[in-house]
Design a protein around this ligand. Structure first.
Ligand SMILES: [Mg+2]
Length: 392
């Protein structure tokens, strides 16, 4: 091609600065999963500000410790003065720098949060939602499933089961058509038989028509996971998530070979190369990268495209603020397969208040993909300041 043509909109805009906002909210009542108790919600929010004043927002998975220092001290100086629309080039530079600087300790959550903010900024400068910049949406709405049904401090299994049954009923009442249960009640001192009893109780209460998934949060070894997995087959469970610790890929592959219930996982893995290894071994049937930790929108789109090419479902993991929900919807919208939105319903005032307009379920239990520029949401800066937390 020859000739410069008219300048692209936003092409002269540069990144002025990268800022971090650590936010935190203590919870009134802790809740548990197989890995432990959650007593507070906390996130590192990233703001990338262009020199024309446009702001992009991102969110890092995990504790503020580490993420904040990496974003401020390592990534921010690399981005200032750069073209905010060069999301791919900046991703490569930052990923290389982190690997070189940190080796096995590479903090890809920090990269992910910055990448989300760059895509939000790029979309706002272009006047386009992120899904259009990714190639266009295959879905205008994405069916949601309710995550929740966590553990509470109780003495008896029947109390725990009653709590989960009430919450499951309440989530159906909110309009959800599918639910995901937490198993791994070893946290409360009970074995895998208690997990099966919990799943069976919910299946019996809800009947056979409601899709139910289960999430063990890495609770088992292979023999125990096989036993629970066979019960999942009998009870018509939609998928069996993180049955094993994330390093045990051989174990994941063995479960996938021996069980008919689809094996799911991915929230504990980062980067395309790791997912490629998982896919090569046929370790999961449902891949669940998290945009806030797997490498941002840039890398999650690559992971999802590889999954699609290999006929593996990709259903992003989401446990964050409206930024994470919006970013996941933007990527999910572009995928050719049937996709779902993981919509956490556990206590999280930040999730409820950070966006000026909360996400809503429509009458089919689906959420509309945001169509406005960038991630497609507006953050309430006053609420962001109210949740601000000084980690020092
Ligand atoms: Mg999970």
């Amino acid at each position: 091609m020859t000739g410069a043509g008219p300048p692209l909109q936003g092409s002269n805009v540069k990144i002025a600065r990268v800022e971090t906002v650590p936010i935190r909210q203590e919870l009134d009542r802790p809740f548990g999963s197989a890995q432990g108790w959650t007593t507070a919600r906390q996130y590192l929010i990233v703001r990338v500000v262009a020199d024309d004043g446009t702001v992009g927002y991102g969110e890092c998975w995990g504790p503020i410790a580490g993420n904040q220092q990496v974003v401020e001290q390592i990534i921010a100086p690399m981005l200032e003065g750069e073209d905010p629309c060069a999301t791919g080039r900046l991703w490569q530079r930052v990923a290389f720098k982190l690997r070189w600087a940190y080796h096995s300790f590479s903090p890809y959550s920090a990269l992910s949060g910055v990448d989300l903010a760059l895509w939000d900024l790029r979309g706002k400068l272009a006047g386009e939602p992120v899904h259009r910049l990714l190639g266009g949406a295959c879905h205008e709405r994405v069916s949601a499933y309710a995550t929740g049904h966590y553990f509470r401090q109780v003495d008896r299994l029947d109390e725990q089961i009653a709590i989960v049954l009430d919450e499951a009923q309440a989530n159906l009442g909110k309009g959800f058509r599918r639910l995901k249960l937490k198993i791994g009640l070893r946290l409360l001192g009970w074995g895998a038989d208690a997990d099966v009893a919990l799943i069976r109780a919910v299946r019996e209460r809800l009947g056979d028509d409601v899709p139910i998934m289960v999430d063990a949060n890495c609770a088992y070894d292979v023999p125990t996971a096989l036993r629970v997995g066979r019960a999942c087959e009998d009870l018509g469970i939609g998928w069996f998530e993180e049955p094993l610790p994330p390093a045990d890929l051989d174990g994941y592959a063995e479960l996938s070979r021996k069980l008919d219930v689809p094996i799911a996982g991915g929230e504990s893995w980062a980067l395309l190369a790791r997912f490629a290894e998982v896919f090569q071994r046929r370790a999961v049937s449902v891949a669940q990268p998290d945009v806030c930790s797997a490498g941002g929108i840039t890398e999650t789109k690559r992971i999802a495209d590889l999954a699609a090419a290999l006929n593996i479902r990709c259903i992003p993991h989401v446990w964050g603020t409206p930024i994470a929900i919006a970013a996941s919807l933007q990527v999910a919208a572009t995928l050719p397969q049937e996709v779902l939105l993981e919509y956490d319903q556990s206590d999280n005032p930040i999730r409820e208040r950070l966006a000026t307009e909360p996400f809503r379920l429509d009458s089919d239990g689906a959420v509309a993909v945001p169509q406005r520029p960038g991630l497609g949401i507006d953050l309430d800066e006053d609420e962001l300041e109210r949740f601000r937390w000084d980690p020092r």
